[in-house]
Ligand binder design. Structure first.
Ligand code: MRU
Length: 361
């Protein structure tokens, strides 16, 4: 996607087997590119959320294995890289998918062939992700077009939660790809952007992306969506996901479930956009998905730019109060209108998933 007229992916290769990422912890106030030189750098970037979003986490982990192989292509180093990267964040299954892909590509090879093969596979994973997201965009575009056809030129009102845009993938995004394509095609769209407490991925990242692309939007508090849906001011919701169980239950950023409940109560279509790399076929239901618990500081403090232009963190809660900070929740399949995937749109169920991915039956 373009930032100030220049095209960026979220992760790319530099000279001498180094990898570059955009530091997402600094957006939207600062646009900083950082270099990953070692596997530990890649693991740290995922852990500290310099990169985040399920597909982007997977791509970074893939490059983490490549960096490990460039430093030491032995079996012990490979094993250590797979374990270290696999332990960075628990919910997004794309991480484990990417590590499995890297292991398959690298482990049968002689050590001196591993680094090159690892960089090649990491590059392919990134390119594949871009094509998958483009395809998700095209399938989701058809849904937006169908709604637009009934709106007589009025903007299609779309609510989204967290950030499932290009920053969360390698390019395009999942939930935001159809929105970008609709906008580029001249269809009037307007996005209600949930701020997404506590880390504010909506306010900081989704709004940044949409603004850079010229898509009309408003940031809303996480609690506003229910009112807007009751007032008929939301035509559809689209969110991304970190892991889908084989029965169609969806783990996504904390607060997604409440939006799905409100959408269901108000007959607002609620779509989940995902690549195949986010489906965990080994889990039979959402209750089995591990939910990340993060630091209470994320709830008790807020970071932002002051009127003097400096970026600062401030405390917002009563000083002695503890906090609890689950990072994700699970939306049951029955609340999901449909899955938008790279292979098309399907219902959120085991049967629906198998219809698109029959090789899994
Ligand atoms: O904690 P984050 O920012 O990694 O959470 C990201 C999300 O919840 C996204 O909605 C999800 O990963 C889908 S990304 C296309």
């Amino acid at each position: 996607m373009n930032i100030n007229g220049r095209h960026y992916r979220t992760i790319w290769e530099m000279r001498e087997r180094q990898v570059a990422i955009i530091d997402q912890t600094r957006l939207p106030h600062e646009f900083e590119i950082i270099r990953l030189q070692t596997m530990a750098d890649a693991a740290n970037a995922i852990r500290t959320m310099q990169v985040r979003g399920a597909p982007c986490i997977g791509a970074t982990a893939a490059y983490g294995v490549a960096l490990a192989m460039a430093a030491n292509p032995g079996d012990v180093a490979l094993d250590h890289a797979l374990k270290s990267l696999g332990a960075t964040r628990p919910t997004a299954v794309n991480l484990h998918w990417a590590l499995e892909e890297m292991k398959t590509a690298v482990s049968p090879l002689a050590p001196d062939a591993r680094a090159e093969a690892a960089f090649k596979r990491a590059r392919e994973i990134c390119d594949e992700d871009v094509e998958i997201c483009r395809s998700i965009g095209e399938h989701g575009l058809a849904i937006i077009e169908a709604i637009a056809a009934k709106k007589d030129g009025e903007a299609v009102q779309i609510l989204t939660h967290c950030n499932a845009g290009w920053l969360a993938t390698v390019d395009w995004g999942t939930a935001l790809a159809p929105i970008y394509m609709a906008h580029d095609k001249g269809i009037a769209v307007h996005v209600w952007v949930d701020e997404t407490r506590p880390r504010l991925q909506g306010a900081a990242l989704t709004a940044f992306e949409l603004g850079a692309h010229g898509v009309p939007h408003h940031v809303i508090t996480d609690n506003a969506g229910g009112l807007l849906m009751r007032e008929g001011r939301v035509d559809m919701a689209i969110v991304g996901t970190d892991r889908v169980a084989s029965n169609g239950d969806v783990a996504n950023k904390i607060g997604t479930y409440l939006k799905a409940l409100a959408a269901h109560d108000n007959a607002v279509p609620f779509y989940v956009a995902l690549p195949h790399t986010t489906i965990d076929w080994s889990l039979s239901k959402g209750e089995e998905i591990p939910i990340e618990e993060r630091s209470e500081d994320e709830v008790l403090k807020v970071r932002g730019r002051t009127s003097l232009g400096t970026v600062q963190e401030v405390a917002i809660a009563a000083p002695e109060s503890p906090a609890f900070n689950p990072g994700f929740d699970v939306t049951p399949a029955r609340l999901v209108t449909g899955f938008i995937t790279e292979r098309g749109v399907t219902e959120a169920s085991h049967e629906g998933l198998l219809r698109l991915y029959p090789e899994r039956s």
